[in-house]
Design a protein around this ligand. Sequence first.
Ligand SMILES: [Zn+2]
Length: 247
Amino acid sequence: MTEPTTRHLAPMPDDWQRALAVVAHPDDLEYGCSAAVAAWTDAGREVVYVLATRGEAGIDTLEPATCGPLREREQRASAAVVGVSQVDFLDHRDGVVEYGPALRRDIAAAVRRYRPELVITLNHRDTWGGTYWNTPDHVAVGRATLDAAGDAGNRWIFPELTERGLQPWDGVRWVAVAGSSSPTHAVDATDGMERAVRSLLEHRSYIEALTDEDPETYARGFLTRTAEETGQRFEGRPAVAFELFPR
Ligand SMILES: [Zn+2]
């Protein structure tokens, strides 16, 4: 029997036009996903980013009031590098995002607004591969996104959204979780890798606060290493992995 961790990854479905990526913080998508996003926008697909917070608690040496706007600018620039022009912020508080109806409602509102077939989010489980403890924001936002994909289609769960003119959208066909320790699918990262590196580099303030390494060496090293590791399960092609939940 093949262990799940060594299983071959299937290509991600490509019969869709609109994707919505929902994560907790600026940089969550750039740490691994953006090569896939570049491939999708190259193919003429639309991708929208929604961030639960502005990442204002992410840099120890910066007050949240200064940090939030800075990280918002960096996030918009980094999205633009991979062809994403719409970036929304839900303004939950960084570090203490709560899983619950308010978060599900805000994400369901975005799903109804942008009507995606594919929803992307980040690892919602307790740990990263059973080794490192995940942050509460990632867990809350990942879970709420998986739930909101269904909530968005139900007229009666958040009737206030319909009153705001956001009609139910039951068209989400898959939720794909990045950074999962049980991935099932992958996207070829070859063509998007260079832009993925530049996209992560746009989070310069964050990276400079995080490491003494040269930012480009750091960004390129991290993304190349991860994509090549994933590629071992994707016919040797560098890749971005997802755990796909069909709906
Ligand atoms: Zn994060």
